[in-house]
Design a protein around this ligand. Structure first.
Ligand SMILES: Nc1nc2c(ncn2[C@@H]2O[C@H](COP(=O)(O)OP(=O)(O)OP(=O)(O)O)[C@@H](O)[C@H]2O)c(=O)[nH]1
Ligand SMILES: [Mg+2]
Length: 400
């Protein structure tokens, strides 16, 4: 055998051996399991099925307004109650924020209705956005003209001069005509709007508010089961320039209608001298949970009608907060007014952050306790605790 043919045979042997090793390695170290292979095939099949069988989806019949989360609380568990908001169309994005907070912290578990009231018709955007956010039914009401205009006994020239004067004195909202109609409406009419007539309790919500804690109970139910008629979370002193003759008007009503004044009332919250003068304390009415039946009672209607005749909504700038508060203070028994420590709330510029660390932890609160206004000097909430002989919540000293 020549050396060249020997070399040729060696190359051949190497090649055969090499191919055998490669074949072995490729089969043993890179197996393609049947499972994997069939999974791939399956996916391939799905993809191809989808891509060949899928058709464009017709969304023309769909509306975000109709999709609702499933009911969590059977409607039988609800009290006959509603949220209520007075708003303008251009309040939409600020009220949207408020609704989102109320829903996330409370109403997503209950689905209470929400009534929106306006002196102008609500536009489609307002209705579409609010309906999509509220988990209960929404209702939109136009305010009747005679609930949002000058009563015939008001001298409109005199009212105009007052506005000009208040503008010069830089009294907040002092020059605003619409703000006065708003305060008069909230004082005497919202609870008689036809959309409100079927409900027993209301919870007022304004644009741009915040709720900082879970609301783990049903405040409407609490009010009903404990015979409460009015509730608050923040209280403070009113700006005197807006109500110089309000107390005179109240006194006139009280002496003409002694039958409407509750015996065990909260005069001590409103006056430091047994009723001679008003100390300007009031519950902040941008948050209220209350009884509509109380507001529709003869006592409250007579009270409002008497005040309205005196003209201070237009000749001064009476706010619905002192008007509601004085009514609650005099027409209700002390124990019918409730303070909700657990409901953490903000409306510019004040915060109610629940007193008591354990409460804040239990309710997943995100407010800073040092922002809590309750025990600060300009709040009237301490008086409420004093006149009712209720011990202040544990931990209040740290927040004074
Ligand atoms: N439809 C309607 N709603 C109004 C009008 N003015 C105020 N409102 C609503 O009435 C409520 C009270 O008005 P606000 O402007 O919040 O008054 P306020 O709380 O004293 O003042 P702010 O500190 O500005 O919030 C809010 O729910 C407003 O959306 C108005 O002219 N028309
Ligand atoms: Mg407001």
């Amino acid at each position: 055998m020549s050396s060249s043919s020997g070399r040729y045979i060696r190359y051949l042997l190497f090649a055969v051996f090499g191919l055998a090793i490669i074949g072995f390695i490729s089969r043993s170290s890179l197996p393609l399991p049947e499972k994997y292979e069939s999974a791939l095939l399956l996916n391939k099949g799905k993809q191809s099925t989808e891509s060949t069988e899928s058709k464009p989806i017709d969304t023309s019949h769909q509306s975000p307004v109709v999709s609702r989360p499933p009911e969590l609380t059977p409607s039988g568990d609800r009290i006959n109650a509603t949220f209520v908001t007075l708003a303008r169309n251009n309040d939409i994005w600020e009220i949207a924020k408020s609704i989102r907070q109320v829903e996330d912290r409370f109403n997503r578990n209950h689905h209470y209705d929400w009534v929106f009231l306006n002196d102008q018709p609500f536009d489609d955007t307002f209705k579409k956005i609010t309906t999509s956010l509220v988990s209960g039914k929404t209702h939109y009401g136009l305010i009747p003209k005679d609930h949002w205009s000058y009563p015939e006994w008001i001298d409109q020239n005199k009212a105009k001069k007052v506005r000009e004067d208040m503008k010069e004195r830089k009294i907040i909202y002092g020059d605003s005509e619409s703000y006065r109609h708003m305060c008069r409406y909230e004082s005497g009419f919202f609870f008689r709007h036809e959309l409100m007539l079927n409900y027993e309790y209301y919870w007022r919500v304004e644009p741009s508010i915040q709720l900082f804690c879970d609301i783990s109970f049903d405040p409407f139910r609490y009010m009903k089961e404990n015979n409460k008629k009015y509730s608050f979370v923040l209280s403070l002193y009113e700006y005197f320039e807006t109500i110089p003759t309000l107390w005179d008007s109240v006194q006139k009503f009280a002496s003409a209608n002694p039958q409407h004044i509750a015996e065990d009332n909260s005069m001590g919250f409103l006056s430091d001298d047994g009723g001679k003068t008003y100390n300007k304390c009031h519950f902040w009415s941008n948050f209220e949970v209350g009884s509509l039946e109380w507001l529709r009672s003869d006592a409250y209607i007579d009270y409002f009608t008497s005040l309205d005749k005196d003209g201070g909504f237009f000749y001064e700038r009476w706010g619905d907060a002192p008007v509601h508060s004085i009514a609650a203070g005099l027409l209700l028994k002390k124990e019918e007014i409730h303070f909700f420590n657990e409901i953490a709330y903000y409306h510019v510029p004040f915060t109610h952050c629940p007193t008591g660390e354990q409460t804040r932890l239990d309710l997943k609160c995100h407010c800073n306790p040092s922002d809590n206004f309750d025990w600060k000097g300009y709040s009237c909430t301490s008086r409420y605790f004093q006149i009712n002989n209720i011990p202040k919540p544990e931990g209040y000293e740290k927040e004074e």
